[in-house]
Design a protein around this ligand. Structure first.
Ligand SMILES: [Zn+2]
Length: 241
């Protein structure tokens, strides 16, 4: 390979490397994973909320159950007094009967409350199950995306490694001063350091050189400089006069 050919190959490698780096950075899976993780955080927060709701409703159910039991125990005790015959005073008996009736009403009210809390607890459990399903769905999706990201990202990484190794070989074949010139032009010219001179035109800036200038370039060395964009201009043997 001539110096000009090496420079052109180097320029092509650098373009391909830049494209692969961009593709790696912009893998759709990467974006999708970030978005999904955000959504998963929201679902986790919803699960915490559903958990708290269930715990509260379940605590209310058990409190109502305890109260119903305690009212029942009081009723049983008052009933036992009546049945024991120990209370003979009619006024006292009447009071006991009234109290038993009041306890019965209280027990019914507590049982109604308990039913209401049970419905709430059930609704809460249904909601929690829904959120749990959404969470495990999302996590499965995340695992799939990570797998795809690894596959596609891995391919791009391997391509990049290969191209970087080839690039290093090309650079090693250049005179150190030419390699340095290539790097400094590349930095100054947004990644494109070399143009090819074809039909009086520089392929990098795509400018048609005036006839006189084109003739001078064609008559010059294989590796020159584009008078327009100041990039390295390679004049192939075929284009040289
Ligand atoms: Zn140019």
């Amino acid at each position: 390979m001539t110096e000009g050919e090496i420079l052109i190959a180097l320029g092509q490698h650098d373009l391909a490397i830049a494209r692969a780096e961009k593709a790696l950075d912009e893998l759709p899976e990467k974006h999708a994973i970030l978005q999904l993780r955000h959504r998963l955080q929201e679902i986790e927060a919803a699960l915490d909320k559903a958990d708290a709701y269930c715990r509260k409703a379940e605590a209310l159910v058990s409190r109502a159950q305890d109260e119903a039991t305690s009212v029942q125990e009081k009723m049983d005790a008052e009933q036992a007094k009546v049945l024991s015959g120990a209370v003979s005073n009619p006024k006292e008996l009447q009071n006991l009967t009234k109290e038993i009736a009041a306890l019965g009403r209280r027990k019914e009210a507590v049982e109604r409350e308990e039913l209401g809390y049970m419905e709430k607890a059930e609704a809460g459990q249904t909601q929690r199950a829904r959120v749990e399903a959404a969470l495990s769905d999302g996590r499965a999706k995340e695992a799939g995306l990570i797998e795809r990201f690894k596959t596609r990202g891995g391919e791009l990484q391997r391509d990049l490694e290969r191209m970087r190794a080839e690039r290093a070989l090309l650079v090693g074949r250049l005179e150190p001063s030419t390699a340095a010139r290539y790097e400094s032009v590349r930095t100054a010219k947004h990644g494109i350091a070399v143009g090819e001179f074809t039909d009086g035109m520089c392929s990098a800036c795509r400018t048609q050189l005036p006839a006189g200038e084109a003739q001078r370039v064609a008559a010059g060395p294989e590796v020159g400089e584009c008078p327009n964009c100041r990039r390295i201009l390679v004049v192939s043997a075929a284009s040289r006069s």
